[in-house]
Design a protein around this ligand. Structure first.
Ligand code: COA
Length: 171
């Protein structure tokens, strides 16, 4: 018997927040949020520069908004973009099937703890599922407690640990 699907259909409307696919018109606001994400990551990782990188490059973000194998979702509240998620599909060397990768998920501080981050990730998961990927991955810093809790709450499991040695002369 076919059971009715309880999967979300996008756009989703939380209380006063709309989650939808990003369009080119959202680009500048997404760039600003991605700059904040870049600064957060720099605060969590001494190897990451606080200066904007290719990840904040408007052309790169636009490529993801428009790409066939990439997607950007935004959360819109109070007439502005207050959060976004960005990911793509690829088949990394040695993988036996297509993998979805969530590169970014960011919510403005004033809008956190309302379920927006989780819904932005769920939007990506639904999109990946419809594209036939077999698994979805994200790299999360070990000290990023909110993000780890969010991804684990959605069913993600730890599969590896990245080790790093920083030469003393460079510290
Ligand atoms: C991680 C982030 C996206 C979460 O966004 P959010 O909208 O606040 O998250 P949600 O309200 O959807 O919460 C989802 C779950 O995350 C966890 N969580 C969120 N904030 C948390 C916190 N401060 N402490 C502990 N757990 C937290 C909880 O498990 C929560 O589920 P619950 O509400 O049922 O308890 C947000 O904190 C953020 O933008 N952080 C900075 C950027 C970042 O680190 N991004 C992740 C790497 S790309």
């Amino acid at each position: 018997m076919l059971m009715p699907s309880n999967r979300p259909r996008f756009p989703v409307v939380l209380e006063n927040v709309k989650i939808r696919r990003a369009s080119e018109a959202d680009l500048q606001q997404i760039v600003k949020l991605s700059e904040k994400l870049g600064r957060d990551e720099s605060a969590m990782d001494s190897m990451v520069s606080p200066l904007p990188s290719e990840f904040q490059n408007p052309n790169w973000i636009l490529k993801n908004i428009k790409g066939e194998n990439a997607a950007v979702f935004v959360a819109e509240a109070d007439g502005k973009v207050v959060g976004y998620s960005l990911g793509w599909i690829s088949q990394p060397w040695s993988y036996k099937a297509k993998r979805g990768y969530i590169c970014d998920c960011f919510v403005e501080k004033a809008y956190r703890r309302r379920g927006i981050g989780k819904t932005l990730v769920k939007a990506m998961l639904e999109w990946f599922r419809n594209k036939g990927v077999e698994c979805v991955e994200a790299d999360i810093y070990s000290n990023n407690i909110p993000s780890l809790a969010m991804f684990k709450g959605l069913g993600f499991k730890e599969v590896s640990k990245r080790l790093r040695l920083i030469f003393e002369s460079r510290q």
